[in-house]
Design a binder for this molecule. Structure first.
Ligand code: SF4
Length: 363
């Protein structure tokens, strides 16, 4: 089988799987005519999904959009308002990055959400994957990209499993080229979704449920059509890869036995549990943090806890109070310098500020 034939077989199976198992998510298939509004919703979802699981984002996305219903509303929000609206998400710097991106679009692009890669990449906080995701999902402009799901699927299917330490044998340059070749063939596939309005009800009534892998038992049923205008293939194709990576070819527990690709995949039943790159007990390459009650806690967790405490303290808290709330072993003498360092970094990141001896969320 040639490489092109292998890719064609892969894309056909993926389309088939996606027809039956597509997830219905609040930021998908947006029936919004306003390009900027559609792109805004896609951008919010993509930034949220960077470090947060889909079920949590499903909840938080709706809340965030209620608070900031448009790009313009977010662009004018204060640090404090954005951090408050980000409650429950963690990695709070993302909220400010998202607001700053909205600001830049309003200021430099006159509320017209840019569509080309160069312009999208000129916005701080929008990297190559996010730019491509906006093009695919908001503008139906098929654009190859790599995220953790796509990288994992392409590498496992066409190259082989990851190493035991979780690293890949082929680099992203190679995989992005492969992603482009695969996308081209996926869009030409005769089994590519046909035009016609997608109906979540129809999808659900087909028997497709989240969490099911493979399509073997349902092959005989005629799958419902997916919908879309010309160009929707790029949007659907990437959504298919995301769903497949989340439900079937997962990081730690790929469901090879139920996988429709099992006869074509170079990694079937070969993915081994990842070994930590570090030996147990080694702290050499660990991210910054310290042992708290016998468990290593990274500083980023403490950062999140501090912001969480300050969300509920509009008048601020003193350093000692913060220490007592975020560390069960708080000892002012021993830990003050360490906590001070974390607080200073939070200030530099514009997440908090100080007024006299009290610390509070940034304005
Ligand atoms: S056979 Fe296993 S490793 Fe290969 S794509 Fe399917 S789930 Fe992933």
């Amino acid at each position: 089988m040639t490489k092109a034939q292998h890719i064609a077989a892969f894309t056909e199976m993926m389309w088939e799987w996606y027809r039956r198992h597509k997830r219905v998510l609040p930021w998908r298939d947006l029936k919004i005519k306003d390009d900027t509004q559609r792109a805004y919703l896609v951008l919010v979802s993509e930034i949220m999904l960077q470090q947060t699981q889909v079920p949590r984002v499903e909840i938080m996305f709706k809340k965030f959009i209620r608070t900031f219903p448009s790009l313009e509303a977010l662009a004018h929000a204060s640090n404090r308002d954005v951090i408050l609206a980000w409650r429950g998400m963690g990695y709070n710097s993302r909220a400010l990055r998202l607001r700053d991106a909205a600001k830049k679009i309003v200021q430099y692009f006159g509320l017209q959400f840019p569509q080309n890669m160069e312009e999208l990449l000129s916005i701080k906080g929008i990297g190559p994957y996010t730019a491509a995701a906006v093009r695919n999902f908001a503008f139906n402009l098929p654009t190859p990209c790599l995220d953790t799901n796509i990288r994992r699927i392409l590498h496992r299917v066409f190259i082989g499993p990851e190493r035991r330490d979780g690293t890949w044998r082929k680099n992203d340059k190679y995989l992005l080229k492969l992603a482009g070749e695969v996308l081209d063939i996926a869009l030409l596939s005769p089994t590519r979704p046909a035009r016609g309005a997608p109906s979540p009800t129809l999808l659900r009534s087909s028997g497709a449920t989240e969490g099911q892998a493979g399509g073997g038992q349902r092959r005989r049923q005629r799958p419902p059509p997916l919908g879309g205008r010309v160009g929707d293939g790029g949007k659907d194709w990437h959504a298919a890869l995301m769903d497949f990576g989340s439900l079937v070819c997962t990081k730690n527990n790929p469901k090879c036995q139920q996988c429709p690709l099992r006869h074509r995949c170079t990694s079937v039943n070969r993915v081994k549990p990842h070994r930590s790159k570090l030996k147990a007990g080694s702290s050499k390459l660990r991210e910054p943090g310290r042992e708290i009650a016998g468990k290593f806690v990274p500083n980023r967790i403490i950062r999140g806890r501090i912001v969480e405490e300050l969300r509920d303290a509009p008048k601020g808290l003193a350093l000692n109070d913060i220490g007592g709330r975020v560390c069960i072993d708080w000892d002012a003498k021993e830990h003050r310098e360490w906590l001070h360092g974390i607080l200073e970094k939070l200030k530099r990141d514009a997440l908090i500020r100080s007024e006299g001896k009290r610390l509070m969320l940034a304005e």
